[in-house]
Design a protein around this ligand. Structure first.
Ligand SMILES: Cc1ncc(COP(=O)(O)O)c(CNCCCC(=O)O)c1O
Length: 455
């Protein structure tokens, strides 16, 4: 197999990429050696590098190697690493008050953050929010609120979905490993139904919705279901975009049966797809929307936002937690929304798609192993299969990721079968950085496919 892991990096002419040591460099190796002594083995170590600083779409490790970042820390730094306005808002806030616990002593930024989410999440009805610290915590609370509002217990989710690493959200995930293996017993009352994946199932939205609804009606009973939790574009599952009409049919079914429709926009939300929330692409209005990742611009904050009557179903004191909506994170959220508005970042996400889509389509035409190219805005992906058998090709995906790392570009994988390369760059990435990263993608695919074929 060609030793693509150590091919000399061709970055000397680049102002965006700079590889000045072996990967990992000596300081990263030293940090790794310290890490293994004090950090649980349970925490993954995907890239063997350690960051020193980052800004916009570029990241520099402790050895001075510079990378174009197509991961965004899994879709968090949508407005860019160390976005200037976010940094300024955090700096202004952190010296004034860092914590009170909003349920004890309130502060304006929590309220402003809730006003922004009420304004920009889908739906023109009165909306309220509660803030928590992670996407999983938002999903946990969305389920609590739906159960309280309906008086029902059962939770419906879709195949290939992902919702977190807590006991309940691990039960809601499609992939048991690595999120739930050995951590059980996981929460009950969670029911998995078929999703819509037109690339692989060939079903129309109507046909796929019938399959989903029939499964839930027969296996659970609509009258028992508190909520149906759906990612409008499934993220960890591989950037799966449902067939036209699928989500609309699910929302209608929920409306008809008193089921709370929860749109999990943790990965697809906050300008990522060129809309504030991906639900807008499909013309659906969820009852509740969960958000996290990009809303905080790198600071940990997550939210459940939705119909005021549903959000108010909880008794006072039923929702909360120590750090939820922390003043510093809330200030960052407000800055993120201001950045999206003032810099036209929805259009920037569309610019990213306008550059990536034709190049990914061309890559699909060039390489038989690339079976699909898909996505919306700055949430694009390619799916790799063995052209002879149609089986998933995760080995090539991993090899591409490794080769690109050594060429100064960070790519993420995804997909139930690990055969998807997903791209989550910040929407402030430059055209030049996009094209350079895609050049490396193409070279990495060529090297990885050749190396795999030579095995
Ligand atoms: C749709 C959707 N809902 C919920 C979550 C969970 O958000 P947390 O902030 O990671 O808890 C996610 C987080 N996805 C990245 C997980 C990374 C990892 O843990 O290895 C998501 O994408």
């Amino acid at each position: 197999m060609t030793d693509i892991l150590h091919s000399p990096a061709t970055t000397s002419e680049s102002t965006n990429r700079k590889i000045v040591t072996p990967i990992p460099g000596p300081k990263s190796v030293e940090l790794h050696d310290r890490r293994v002594k004090v950090v649980s083995e349970g925490v993954s170590e995907l890239f063997p590098i350690y960051v020193d600083h980052a800004h916009d779409a570029l990241m520099v490790d402790v050895d001075g190697n510079q990378f174009i970042d197509f991961t965004g820390g899994i879709g968090v730094t949508t407005v860019g690493h160390t976005n200037d306005a976010v940094v300024e808002a955090v700096r202004d806030q952190v010296g004034k008050v860092t914590h009170t616990l909003f349920g004890l002593v309130g502060y304006e930024s929590y309220i402003r953050a809730a006003e922004l989410l009420a304004e920009h999440t889908p739906g023109d009805f009165p909306k309220k929010s509660v803030f928590v610290n992670s996407g999983a915590e938002a999903l946990e609370n969305a389920v609590k609120i739906a159960r309280k509002f309906t008086g029902r217990t059962e939770v419906a989710v879709l195949h290939h979905g992902y919702h977190g690493r807590t006991n309940l959200t691990a039960a809601m995930n499609y992939n048991m490993h690595p999120y739930g293996t050995g951590f059980g017993p996981l929460a009950g009352s969670v029911h998995h139904a078929p999703n819509s994946n037109p690339f692989s199932d060939g079903l129309t939205g109507e046909q796929a919705a019938k399959a989903t609804i029939t499964h839930l009606e027969k296996r659970v009973g609509a009258s028992q279901i508190a909520c149906l939790v759906v990612e409008p574009i499934q993220g960890e599952g591989g950037f799966i975009i449902p067939a036209d009409g699928y989500l609309n049919a699910l929302v209608d079914w929920c409306e008809e049966n008193g089921i709370v429709y929860v749109s999990d926009e943790v990965q697809s939300g906050m300008a990522r797809t060129g809309k504030y929330f991906a639900s807008e692409h499909f013309g659906i209005v969820p009852h509740l929307t969960t958000s996290a990742k990009g809303i905080g611009g790198g600071l940990p904050i997550a939210a459940v936002t939705g119909r005021a009557d549903i959000m108010d179903a909880s008794h006072s004191g039923g929702l909360g937690g120590t750090f939820g909506g922390n003043p510093v994170a809330a200030a960052a959220l407000v800055a993120v929304f201001e950045q999206v508005e003032s810099r036209g970042l929805l259009a920037e996400a569309q610019r990213v798609e306008s550059i990536m889509r034709p190049r990914l389509d061309a890559i699909k035409q060039r390489f038989d192993s690339v079976a699909d190219a898909r996505g919306k805005g700055a949430m694009m992906a390619i799916e790799l299969q063995d052209p002879a058998t149609g089986e998933p090709a995760p080995a090539i995906v991993k090899a591409v990721q490794q080769f690109a790392l050594h060429q100064g570009v960070l790519f993420l994988t995804a997909g139930t079968f690990g055969n998807v390369l997903r791209f989550l760059p910040s929407v402030v990435i430059t055209d030049e950085q996009l094209h350079e990263g895609l050049d490396v993608l193409e070279a990495s695919l060529e090297a990885a496919i050749a190396a795999t074929a030579a095995q």
